[in-house]
Design a protein. Sequence first.
Length: 166
Amino acid sequence: MFKKWFAKMRKPSEETLVAPLSGQVVQLEEVPDPTFSQKMMGDGIAIQPVEGKVVSPVDGEIVQVFHTKHAVGIRSGAGAEILIHIGLETVQMQGEGFEAHVKQGDKVKAGDLLITFDLDLVKEKAASTVTPMVITNGDQIENLDKIHHNNVTAGQHELIKLKMKE
């Protein structure tokens, strides 16, 4: 009797991340920044965006919105910690051209709007617009499968299937 009740309370161990932006998929190893290409922060995928809109890739909770609004951290329902970093060397923009639509502690669903940004301004002022999405707690991931796509639509295309360690 209690076994079924506790099973319902346990969080899921598998989940799928959808595209946080619309654009062309770039392998993380091809991102022109060693922090991401060498997976120093974790494994994942990147997108060359075609519009300035970032949505949540999963149902979860916002754990951090950087004060410059160029990056956001999400903890998924299964416990994956996901970092979405808009562009490269965008921190020096000091928030110019970025607008956060969420704050720390907010609960989000996959597809919910997180951040909007001026894509042309990022093209002008940053090193690149390529936007990595990485799993920063990879030591807690049992399996991470990337789903191959060339181009994706934010909130629609599945990009990563992962299984958490029990």
